[in-house]
Design a protein around this ligand. Structure first.
Ligand code: GRG
Length: 297
């Protein structure tokens, strides 16, 4: 996946991402302010404003735009999805889960605020995410807002994100199950919510759901390929096959060449879903899919 075909000579993807991420960061900063109880809010803000790529909120805004919606219709949902992404990372890093000391290059939430506060900050972000969509979404019918909230709850509950975290990796079906739930669920929620809140038809929502599922899996396949090439480079070896011994990955199951073919196919399948939309408006989502496919780290 070394060659990234420029989707449009006039579209500057990097500037687009920087501009959208900065709008999202401002909205997040305003949505979760520092107030009483200060410790919990400080802990929430520490992880929320720690500088993620904001891929999920940008996907949400891009889907809204593609179906003809205004950015303000999807901004609260975009922020809510980033709040949930953040809380899942806070909880994932806890000693009872992955026990990680670092996240986004900074000490993890619990190492700074303690496990008790980190659990509560995660819980508070999860609850507030739903309050934020329900209360702050403007210019969208109540029926669409309720539909968006129901979709989001389903994507993160025991049939979604939580299911992915609870599963152990054993074979290709399990691997796919884990990634569909752990990684694809929130990416999918982001796109589906953007489409619903932006006023998309049922057909448009379903096309975008499939688009998002493909890029969610693509994200993970590419992550596994990058992990492998990174660890083999770090050890100065060319065959990094067994380096990530404790984790099942696509290259381990399929080999590196087949994994790359799978990534190409997922990218193609994803972009196929966009063919019936206004092609000019689809440019950011096409570029996002290519970014996920061809990113180098
Ligand atoms: C949602 C109630 C509830 C609980 C959470 C702990 C847990 C259950 C799930 C963990 C899910 C998890 C850690 C998935 C990994 C997701 C992933 C691909 C993270 C990396 O995403 P990037 O690259 O990260 O977008 P940045 O830092 O840029 O945001």
């Amino acid at each position: 996946l070394e060659e990234n075909p420029a989707p449009s000579p006039t579209f500057d993807f990097k500037s687009y991402m920087i501009q959208k991420a900065s709008t999202v960061n401002q909205a997040l900063d305003a949505a979760v302010s520092l107030k009483d109880p200060v410790k919990i809010h400080e802990s929430m803000r520490y992880s929320l404003l720690a500088g993620g790529k904001r891929v999920r909120p940008v996907l949400c805004l891009a889907a809204c735009d593609l179906v003809g919606g205004h950015e303000s219709m999807a901004m609260p949902a975009a922020c809510s999805i980033e709040m949930i992404h953040t809380m899942s990372l806070i909880h994932d890093d806890l000693p009872c889960m992955d026990n990680d000391p670092l996240r986004r290059g900074k000490p993890t939430n619990h190492t700074i605020y303690g496990e008790d506060v980190a659990v509560l900050a995660g819980d508070a972000l999860l609850a507030y995410a739903f309050e934020h969509i329900a209360v702050c979404t403007k210019g969208v019918s109540p029926a669409r807002i309720v539909r968006a909230i129901a979709e989001l709850a389903k994507y993160i509950g025991a049939d979604g994100l939580v299911a992915g975290q609870a599963e152990k990796d054993l074979g290709i079906e399990h691997l796919e199950f884990i990634h569909e739930h752990k990684t694809a669920a929130l990416l999918e929620a982001a796109v589906v919510l953007g489409a619903i809140l932006g006023g998309g038809t049922d057909n448009e929502v379903e096309k975008l759901r499939t688009f998002a599922r493909c890029i969610g899996l693509l994200f993970q396949v590419v992550d596994d390929i990058l992990d492998l090439t990174k660890s083999s480079k770090e050890l100065g070896k060319t065959a990094g096959k067994d380096l990530v011994a404790d984790k099942l990955t696509y290259p381990k199951l399929l080999g590196i060449e087949e994994s790359k073919k799978l990534a190409d196919k997922l990218n193609k399948d994803a972009q196929q879903q966009l063919s019936e939309f206004d092609q000019e408006k689809a440019v950011p989502l096409i570029a996002l899919a290519n970014y996920i496919a061809y990113r180098q780290n």
